[in-house]
Design a protein around this ligand. Sequence first.
Ligand code: ADP
Ligand code: 5GP
Length: 189
Amino acid sequence: MKKNKVIIFSAPSGAGKSTLVKHLMKEFPNLGFSISATSRKPRGKEQHGREYYFLSPQEFVKKIENNEFVEYEEVYTNLHYGTLKSEVERIWAEGKIAIFDIDVKGGINLKKLYGNNALSIFIMPPSIEVLKERLLLRGTETPKSMELRLAKAAQEIKHSNQFDTTLINDNLEQCLLKAEEIVRKFNNQ
Ligand code: ADP
Ligand code: 5GP
């Protein structure tokens, strides 16, 4: 019987998860991105139903009450993010592997849930200083949200040993190639 598999990408904000996941989605047509729900507001060119399902705090709570999440977290104070059961089911029904861009706590929880059918990858920034530079260059954070993300990053890095693999995202090209190699291997298992 075909296994329902998942690939989990976790990392501190700014370490390069979205960049890696977008690249892998182009390289591997059998990956389906799990669009999370969030109560944060869209930033930049983000679209509802593409990067996230953007919900009001009330809508998010309703989905918690209706037991619609595989997992959810208050990733930042008053900002919730969660993986919808319907997303994972949709992707598996298409015969694809679900790929998640999810915070570290959520990543550890999903690995526990899916066990050997999951490949969990931690993306490590070369240093907190480099992480700060990347977030500054991305230009999406306020000074306050930057401070929160950097404080959280230092904590998250301590949990990297709970992932199947850690990839250091220093040179982007090399990191993309390594990620491809790991995914190709998991694909063939
Ligand atoms: P995350 O999804 O983990 O928050 P992003 O993928 O948005 O991180 O990356 C954060 C910023 O850093 C983006 O502007 C991205 O283009 C840039 N970036 C990603 N990887 C590298 C790298 N290896 N070297 C330099 N800049 C990078
Ligand atoms: P951002 O606001 O930068 O898009 O995301 C903030 C953090 O929330 C990132 O670490 C991202 O991976 C995480 N995140 C996104 N979706 C989910 C989800 O469904 N569940 C959990 N636990 N975290 C998520």
